[in-house]
Design a protein around this ligand. Structure first.
Ligand SMILES: NC(=O)c1ccc[n+]([C@@H]2O[C@H](COP(=O)([O-])OP(=O)(O)OC[C@H]3O[C@@H](n4cnc5c(N)ncnc54)[C@H](O)[C@@H]3O)[C@@H](O)[C@H]2O)c1
Length: 344
């Protein structure tokens, strides 16, 4: 059997714990090191929760791995092939730079960076590196969204007329999410998923018009955006809403409605993760999707890319960077109550 790729995870919050679970299911990799600046997360006496059922279930108790209180020390471990960066968004840039400088492959949680300026510098590092790097935009791998992208590209139900995405949750709490300087509010942290999917699926919009209000992070925590494509006849009507200002107990949901000439697709995350198709003259249908969460398909794809010897598709990375430029235009649009062109 070929040698396993050795992984080090930095940050054991909800995402680091989720990634840890997933690596344990992939044969070609082994986690050999973890890092967190909170001792109790390192030794397993405290544990972060995920927001989706089935996420971040395992833990570090009983793991026989190297443990570091500072992620930079993990990066200096010469045995590690892949550095998986799951710290807060404001720290992505410095850890990506340090890991690529040590010739490690890098998986970095979304959003790629706290600002578009930082994201552009990451693209420069990636272009100068022979290592693989992926921005963990998990929706690109989430079965219901993969299905939607294919339906649009293949015109399965005719031309796509409109797309509406929603992502709503109670406030996650904690130091990171309570500080707009670190997380960028729900505008960057949560809504980035839908803005990135629009960019990934349809390309960079020409402009955005957004409205929103501030919340517990101190930044924009509820946003509603219309993405404007100048080729109006060729592009669907596209909008999305993202918020973490819902009251306690509301929980988390993500959903979309996609209207085509010959069908309407409606997805709402629930226990069965059912996607429904409505067509005139037909009974509503439930569409069976591949089982599993986007996180696992995304990490599997990254590991496969490294094993195949192919370098990462830097266009996809660059697209994740440009998504942050769209988010920053959305913020200006909210502040100025005007349509803002995308410059990226
Ligand atoms: N893909 C998704 O759907 C998704 C979901 C949630 C969060 N995220 C992203 O994942 C990242 C982390 O989010 P989270 O909810 O896990 O946050 P979190 O704050 O719960 O966890 C981050 C961890 O990093 C640790 N840390 C901070 N500085 C460190 C350092 N120098 N060295 C080692 N450890 C350090 C903290 O102690 C903390 O435990 C964010 O960028 C967030 O946007 C992605």
């Amino acid at each position: 059997m070929s040698k396993k790729l050795k992984v080090g995870i930095i940050g054991l919050g909800s995402m680091g714990s989720t990634h840890l679970d997933i690596y344990s299911k992939i044969e070609d990799v082994e986690v050999i090191a973890i890092a967190d600046s909170i001792q109790s997360r390192l030794d397993g006496s405290s544990k972060a929760e995920g927001n989706i059922s089935g996420q971040a279930e395992g833990g570090v108790s009983g793991l026989s791995v190297k443990k570091y209180l500072d992620g930079m020390d993990l990066i200096n471990n010469s045995d590690i092939d892949i550095v998986d960066i799951c710290v807060g968004t404001n720290l992505h840039y410095i850890f990506v730079e340090a890991a690529l400088a040590k010739n490690k492959h890098v998986l970095v949680e979304k959003p790629l960076a706290r600002t578009y300026e930082e994201a552009k510098k990451i693209i420069q590092f990636a272009e100068g590196s022979s290592c693989n790097i992926m921005s963990a935009m998990c929706l690109r791998y989430w079965p219901a969204w993969v299905f939607l992208k294919e339906a649009i590209e293949n015109s399965t139900y005719g031309k796509c007329l409109s797309l509406n995405f929603r992502r709503q949750t109670s406030f996650p709490g904690g130091a990171f999410y309570s500080d707009d300087n670190q997380c960028g509010g729900a505008l960057l942290d949560l809504h980035v998923h839908d803005t990135d999917f629009v960019n990934y699926c349809l390309g960079l919009p020409d402009a955005v018009f957004s409205q929103g209000y501030k919340g517990p992070s101190g930044g924009i925590d509820h946003v509603a955006t219309n993405y404007i494509f100048n080729k109006t006849n060729a592009s669907p009507l596209v909008s999305s809403e993202g918020t973490w200002t819902m009251q306690e107990g509301y929980g988390f949901n993500m959903s979309y409605t996609a209207n085509f000439e010959n069908g309407t697709l409606s997805y709402l995350l629930d226990e069965e993760e059912t996607l429904k198709l409505f067509r005139n003259g037909h009974e509503p249908e439930s569409i069976k999707l591949k089982e599993g969460m986007g996180y696992e398909f995304e990490i599997r794809a990254f590991v496969d890319e490294i094993l195949s010897g192919n370098k990462s598709n830097l266009d996809l990375l660059s697209q994740a960077a440009k998504t942050i430029a769209i988010i920053e235009a959305e913020k200006i649009s909210i502040e100025t109550c005007s349509v803002v062109s995308i410059k990226a």
